[in-house]
Design a protein around this ligand. Structure first.
Ligand code: SAM
Length: 251
């Protein structure tokens, strides 16, 4: 499988350089009883899997790109991981009372995934689909948005990502009922150095390097252009997204 997510560099970036947003988006899960067994579909390096620890006794991360799992023991030491695809979940019917997908369904055939999610969920089990944007805006200033526009112009996004509108998905056709779909926003105080590490983990940077670009050149461009945006201080960077919750209707 050829994927922009295949490689040691992006695996390390996703493991260690991404901001702690998942934990904040998932806070509403605390209102429900703790699950027995949770599955995180398209788990990447395992950050979204680690964020499930408070909400389930057993947590499994599923990811099609084996190299993305290189740092799984450091990222989510208590979780299990399986190499596999959302469209063909390698689990028995009713295996999980909690299934999540964080930023992964944009790459998935939803006509295949939704029935698979419904199959592996227990009756009454919950499916959470969520995502968050790049950190392209900061509180109280337009300068980061201007920088981000230049960044994505300089390093274009790779193909393959499809926008997703959770409220419009055919949940009911697959034995699922949408019970919540809300916008989310997480604002994190980041220094220029932290923000630099984070943007270097974005897939457009990886795509530029895959086309033969030089890592030193990318780092130099980002460092020099970010310097006037952050100065020696920090910014509250906004990560905007959504959280959708669907319930498995009793069979
Ligand atoms: C934006 S990353 C999100 C990773 C992780 N969930 C997180 O939030 O850090 C998208 C992930 O979806 C995975 N993915 C792509 N196609 C997939 C598929 N057919 N089934 C499951 N995961 C897939 C990619 O390999 C990648 O790791």
């Amino acid at each position: 499988m050829t994927s922009v997510y295949d490689g040691a560099r992006i695996a390390a970036g996703y493991a260690f350089d991404r901001p702690a947003v998942h934990e904040r988006i998932l806070l509403p899960l605390a209102a429900a009883p703790r699950a027995e067994c949770a599955l995180d579909v398209g788990c990447g390096a395992g950050r979204s899997t680690a964020a499930l620890a408070p909400y389930a006794r057993t947590v499994v991360g599923l990811e099609p790109i084996a190299s993305m799992l290189a740092h799984r023991s450091a990222v989510a030491p208590a979780a299990e991981f399986v190499v596999g695809e959302a469209e063909r979940l390698p689990f028995a019917r009713g295996s999980f009372d909690l299934v999540t997908a964080a930023g992964s369904l944009n790459y998935v055939d939803l006509d295949l995934f939704l029935p698979e999610a419904a199959r592996v969920l227990t009756d009454g089990g919950r499916l959470y689909v969520y995502d968050f944007s790049e950190g392209r805006h900061a509180v109280g200033t337009d300068s980061l948005a201007g920088w981000f526009a230049a960044f994505e112009h300089h390093f274009p996004w790779p193909p393959g990502y499809r926008p997703l509108a959770p409220a419009a998905l055919p949940w009911g056709e697959h034995g699922l009922r949408l019970v919540r779909c809300a916008d989310t926003e997480v604002a994190l105080e980041l220094t220029g150095a932290q923000y630099l590490r984070y943007v270097l983990s974005e897939v457009n940077v990886n795509a530029a390097l895959a086309r033969g670009g030089s890592a030193d050149e990318v780092v130099r461009w980002c460092t020099e252009t970010l310097a006037p945006v952050f100065g020696s201080g920090s910014l509250r960077v906004r990560f905007c997204g959504y959280l959708a919750e669907a319930v498995r209707i009793a069979r």
